[in-house]
Ligand binder design. Structure first.
Ligand code: C2G
Length: 141
């Protein structure tokens, strides 16, 4: 998808959240579509501690590396550390979000924030996930 110049896009601040471990094209396509909804994309990347508290294991890539990868993307303007799933409202207010974007595996889960911003769920890219990639790599001889 061609990237329309930021100046041609609505003056909206878009916020999205993710772990972005073992970075793959599903992540790129989500972020690219999120960026196209506004002119400033801000990504909350979950910390190693948050992931450990949720899944009892750390991501393959450290939070420093995951944040570096996301901030290197041309259509990402800002990155911040997501320390808690329960602080979403604060994060959205702190970053003055006009639109919250998440993949539709979260469909409906963030409708509670519709009082402070638009909430958009985008279709996940099929048949690719960090878990699948790890399994494929493990199965290689
Ligand atoms: N995604 C996608 N297609 C895939 C895989 C992921 O569109 N094949 C999207 C997810 O829906 C999410 C984003 O990419 O919007 C990041 O995915 P994950 O890194 O798995 O993040 P997640 O565990 O969904 O978010 O507050 C939420 C937490 O940060 C964790």
């Amino acid at each position: 998808m061609s990237q329309t110049a930021a100046s041609n896009r609505p003056a909206k601040r878009v916020v999205t959240f993710g772990t972005y471990d073992v970075f793959h094209v599903g992540h790129v396509l989500l972020l690219e579509r999120a960026a196209a909804l506004g002119n400033h994309l801000i990504v909350g990347v979950s910390t190693d501690a948050l992931n450990f508290s949720k899944k009892q294991r750390y991501p393959v890539y450290s939070e420093r590396d995951r944040m570096k990868i996301i901030s290197s993307l041309q259509f990402v303007n800002e990155v911040f550390a997501e320390h808690s799933l329960e602080l979403k409202r604060e994060y959205l207010q702190q970053h003055r979000a006009d639109i919250l974007v998440m993949g539709d595996d979260w469909a409906g889960k963030f409708d509670e924030f519709k009082d402070i911003c638009e909430v958009v769920y985008l279709a996940r890219t099929p048949s690719i996930s960090t878990t699948e990639i790890i399994e494929v790599v493990k199965s290689r001889p």
